[in-house]
Design a protein around this ligand. Structure first.
Ligand SMILES: Cc1cc2nc3c(=O)[nH]c(=O)nc-3n(C[C@H](O)[C@H](O)[C@H](O)COP(=O)(O)OP(=O)(O)OC[C@H]3O[C@@H](n4cnc5c(N)ncnc54)[C@H](O)[C@@H]3O)c2cc1C
Length: 457
């Protein structure tokens, strides 16, 4: 008899887990309380990149006007003035809908049962599922918890409910605000600052830490701060919002020691909280907190016995591709086919201008681990392709172990950094030394040639 597997959540962690388990011969049921595709497809990766793409097209109009006769400047202004936000939103929604329909088609093809409803644990082998007009129970041999996370919006932002947005509500904002305050200078905050400023919104970005993208290399933080400022974004670094209230048509935020900041809308992007409250994990003896389920094995994704977790609920990496790999590993291990997850090989990318990406250790992280480090760096100003694209801001820095030559990590800033980082991910995973990577031939002229150029330094 085949193994009966329940998967809670059809986001980027849950749906690949379900497809993998079905492929391995299990009888799979997915329970989803909202839409197949999760945050990633409906209020995360895909909508934000879709809007960023639209924003880049408006930047291109500005660029092209500079290469034309002076009359084009007026034409470009007219195009920018005629920007139709609902149309941009519609295009973004269509992309998400198409991808979500694709997931459901794959489920049908794999004979996966899909139930719309809110799952909670009744006991260690059954779920209670609350649906619109009814409820039902589902028994299983094994379960994968892939319930994901939602935006964390703590006080004082509850005081400005009418004016505050999070990562899911911002996509539905009926019209672009004249002025937007973004609270949080991580990946989400920096991407929204990029896209909103390109769409003509006056953006102020408040970050508590002294630098943007605090988890990345410091040179990346400096570069993105400069680039956002060039785009007209006002940065408030090392500041936090201590209070908030609304006045007639605006929100007023109090910043510690810096007075007040007023805006029509405020986007809070300061962190995530896992969707675990609904699940009644106490019924199966599991503990959890805002960051995730306690006790997930970071290699096998097993929590205990027949219970596995994948995606944001593991607290390992709040990234879609990390969740996908975790889902696949969890499904394999659950079905008796051993696989291992490596959080240290998860790349990250931020879709700013320029794009930035990293994998493995930064120089500072390697040094903090007491490793003797060799750092090789080249600037995009020396890269032919980046210059032809008029996008020569950025660099490649490659970190290896001084004694063994083994690659430890890389940081990239420049055009298509989110794509090129995969070259390093493969090299890192294959256990390459810097010398082995140097022997790889990169096509000319490409931005990826900067990898070879850095390694001859
Ligand atoms: C604005 C934004 C931009 C982002 N951009 C990127 C990016 O560019 N690249 C990247 O890698 N990551 C990005 N992320 C992060 C990425 O979206 C998440 O890491 C990813 O969606 C997590 O996948 P998941 O499957 O764990 O959870 P989710 O995508 O949150 O999916 C979980 C699913 O479980 C369902 N669920 C929850 N509880 C229950 C229940 N009790 N019963 C039934 N169903 C339930 C939810 O409805 C949801 O559909 C971004 C996030 C945001 C907010």
């Amino acid at each position: 008899m085949s193994l009966k597997i329940a998967v809670i959540g059809a986001g980027p962690a849950g749906y690949p887990a379900a497809l993998t388990a079905a492929k391995l011969g299990a009888e799979v049921t997915v329970v989803e309380k909202a839409l197949a595709g999760g945050v990633c497809l409906h209020s995360g990766c895909i909508p934000s990149k879709s809007l960023l793409d639209a924003a880049h097209r408006f930047d291109a109009v500005r660029d092209i006007a500079a290469l034309c006769q002076p009359t084009a400047a007026t034409a470009a202004e007219e195009i920018l003035k005629a920007l139709d936000w609902p149309k941009i939103q519609k295009r973004q929604q269509l992309v998400s809908q198409k991808l979500a329909a694709g997931i459901l088609a794959m489920f049908r093809q794999a004979k996966i049962q899909y139930i719309e409803g809110v799952a909670s644990f009744k006991d260690a082998h059954s779920l209670h599922i609350t649906q619109k007009d009814q409820s039902q129970e589902l028994s299983f041999d094994s379960v994968i918890i892939a319930a994901g996370s939602t935006a964390f919006v703590p006080p004082p932002f509850d005081k400005i409910k009418d004016r505050v947005y999070d990562n899911s509500t911002i996509f539905q904002i009926p019209q672009l605000p004249k002025r937007l305050v973004i609270v949080g200078g991580g990946a989400i905050g920096c991407e929204f600052a990029t896209l909103m400023s390109s769409l003509g919104v006056e953006v102020h970005l408040v970050e508590m830490q002294p630098r943007l993208l605090p988890n990345m290399d410091e040179a990346v933080s400096r570069l993105i701060a400069q680039s956002l400022q060039k785009h007209g974004v006002t940065l408030w670094l090392g500041k936090s919002v201590t209070d908030a209230h609304t006045e007639a048509d605006k929100a007023v935020l109090t910043l510690d020691q810096s007075g007040t900041l007023e805006a029509e809308a405020v986007l809070v992007a300061i962190g995530r909280q896992c969707n675990l409250a609904d699940l009644h994990l106490e019924n199966i003896g599991l503990e959890w907190n805002r960051k995730g389920i306690v006790g997930v094995n970071p290699r096998t994704l097993q929590v205990k016995d027949h219970i596995y977790a994948a995606g944001d609920v593991t607290g390992l990496a709040l990234l879609a591709h990390a969740g996908t790999r975790q889902g696949v590993v969890a499904a394999h291990n659950m079905c008796g086919k051993s696989q291992t997850y490596h959080n240290e090989w998860v790349p990250n990318a931020v879709y700013t201008v320029p794009e930035v990406a990293g994998v493995g250790l930064t120089r500072a992280q390697a040094q903090a681990q007491g490793l003797e480090v060799k750092a090789q760096k080249v600037f995009m100003l020396a890269n032919g392709r980046a210059l032809t694209m008029a996008a020569a801001e950025g660099f490649v820095e490659i970190i290896s172990d001084k004694n063994t030559g083994r690659l430890l990590g890389a940081t990239l800033a420049g055009p298509n950094a989110s794509e090129i980082i995969s070259a390093f991910t493969v090299a890192l995973q294959a256990g390459f030394t810097a010398e082995q990577l140097q022997q790889v031939i990169f096509p000319h002229p490409t931005v990826s040639e900067a990898i070879g150029d850095a390694l001859v330094r």
